[in-house]
Design a protein around this ligand. Structure first.
Ligand code: LLP
Length: 424
């Protein structure tokens, strides 16, 4: 986070709190979350896109506190399961400001969304149209999710704009047309717009221009075919951030300029009224606000091989390295070291050779058990992707602000895990 400093004892602090103190007080590994950093990024979105609706994508990181912060900052909330919906509602989020997503929403989830009175449901399949029509008791605002056929050059696992994947209805072969026709035929479904999400960790703005072009063309065609003017265009999230120094990131100001330009252009070309834009950033709001702290457990020099610095967390709190080949930086957080830097692999504690947090990073050569390491950029898709692999409980989330810390989520204990056992 921007509030990262080094104190008089050469310890790394975030929002005025030494990470080493967090390690002592809450144990390790722990996710540390800088509240003001996250709030500031929400504010930046509001400033850079004053006319757009910004819906925070809760899948990146959702706790009651986070739901409260983002909505206090004027954002709406995108949820994609009954669980995320329940967290949002228990935080007191106004249901009208909730957007419900999901490619396989179950009947129970659609009923929960209906009962909560969520503002919008994004329709993702024909089965959902049928199910919603049967479930709803009053008119519900909906969007149809389409896949605009854009390859945003991101990791295959998170490339959702391309046609051959499970989300939404492809524009090709009239598949989106058919979905729109069916939705418009359902009196309880009030179609107000279209949605697309190109993928995650996108760093080039031009993909969003293409998306606007194709989506406005589709909206104009819907007006021609059905006489319906859709007023909302949800362009999803996917705004890339940098994880390690020198990584490219998506520039929000140039995204704003590009969207503006693309909308002017496409709307003029089709003589279509400019729709209200919704953006759904998750990573770009929460990612840089988080740091994970670990404790070194052992340092192993393999003769003829690498030096492994093994820590007390790993792929259970950060599966992104194994899943996406993600890169992270690592810093010594509890003391100053004048030792020469060494090239090491920071490895996790899990029973797989691939459980590595950072390969070939430079750290002081005098690292020893007990040292505290910090991995920045872990605010988004870390707690939310965490598992209990090897029956290791999930870490707590500790919020820091103005020199103070408080736990938002406590550590998952072995007792928590045992409590799920039904018979012995
Ligand atoms: N809207 C929709 C419909 C989405 O599916 C997603 C992310 C977002 C918004 C937010 O995308 P963001 O701005 O955070 O990129 N676990 C992966 C990322 C998966 C993203 C899934 N959908 C990772 O750790 O990189």
């Amino acid at each position: 986070p921007a509030s990262t400093h080094v104190d008089d004892h050469d310890r790394i602090t975030v929002a005025g709190v030494a990470l080493a103190d967090i390690a002592d007080q809450y144990g390790t590994p722990s996710y540390v979350l800088d509240e003001l950093d996250l709030r500031h990024r929400c504010r930046t979105y509001r400033e850079v896109f004053p006319e757009a609706e910004i819906a925070y994508a809760g899948k990146a990181l959702l706790t009651r506190a986070v739901a409260t912060w983002v909505t206090e900052e004027g954002l709406s909330l995108d949820v994609c399961s009954a669980g995320e919906l329940a967290i949002a509602l228990s935080a007191g989020v106004n249901p009208r400001r909730i957007i419900m997503h999901g490619n396989a929403k179950t009947p129970a989830e659609l009923s929960a969304a209906r009962d909560a009175g969520v503002g919008r449901i994004v329709i993702d399949s024909h089965a959902e149209i049928t199910l919603l029509a049967a479930t709803l008791t009053r008119r519900q605002n909906v969007l149809v999710r389409v896949t605009p056929g854009i390859d945003a050059h991101t990791h295959r696992a998170v490339a959702t704009g391309v046609t051959d994947q499970k989300f939404g209805f492809p524009l090709e072969h009239g598949q989106a047309d058919e979905a729109v026709r069916r939705v418009l035929g359902q009196p309880r479904l009030n179609l107000i717009g279209l949605h697309c999400h190109l993928g995650s960790q996108i760093t080039e703005v031009e993909h969003f221009r293409t998306a606007v072009d194709r989506m406005i063309a589709q909206m104009a065609q819907i007006r021609i075919d059905h006489g319906t003017i859709l007023t909302e265009l949800n362009l999803g999230g996917g705004h890339g951030i940098s994880y390690v120094c020198g990584d490219p990131q998506l520039d929000l100001s140039s995204l704003a300029a590009t969207l503006d330009d693309a909308l002017d252009d496409a709307c003029a070309r089709h003589r279509f009224p400019r729709p209200r834009i919704t953006l759904e950033p998750g990573r770009a709001v929460a990612g840089r606000a988080g740091v994970t702290v670990y404790r070194v457990v052992s340092v192993k020099h393999v003769t003829g091989g690498r030096t492994f610095v093994c820590v007390d967390g790993g792929m259970s709190d950060n599966p992104r390295v194994a899943l996406y080949g993600a890169h992270y930086s690592v810093a010594l957080a509890n003391r100053h070291s004048i030792a020469a830097p060494a090239v090491v692999t920071v490895a996790g504690r899990h029973c797989e050779a691939g459980d590595e947090l950072a390969v070939d990073v430079q750290l002081p050569s005098d690292l020893h058990p007990g040292d505290v390491l910090a991995v920045p950029g872990t605010g988004a898709y870390h707690h939310s992707l965490a598992s209990t692999y090897n029956a290791v409980g999930r870490p707590p989330i500790v919020a820091v602000r103005d020199g103070r810390s408080r736990e938002l989520i406590r550590r998952e204990t072995v007792e928590d895990l045992l409590r799920r056992e039904v018979s012995g």
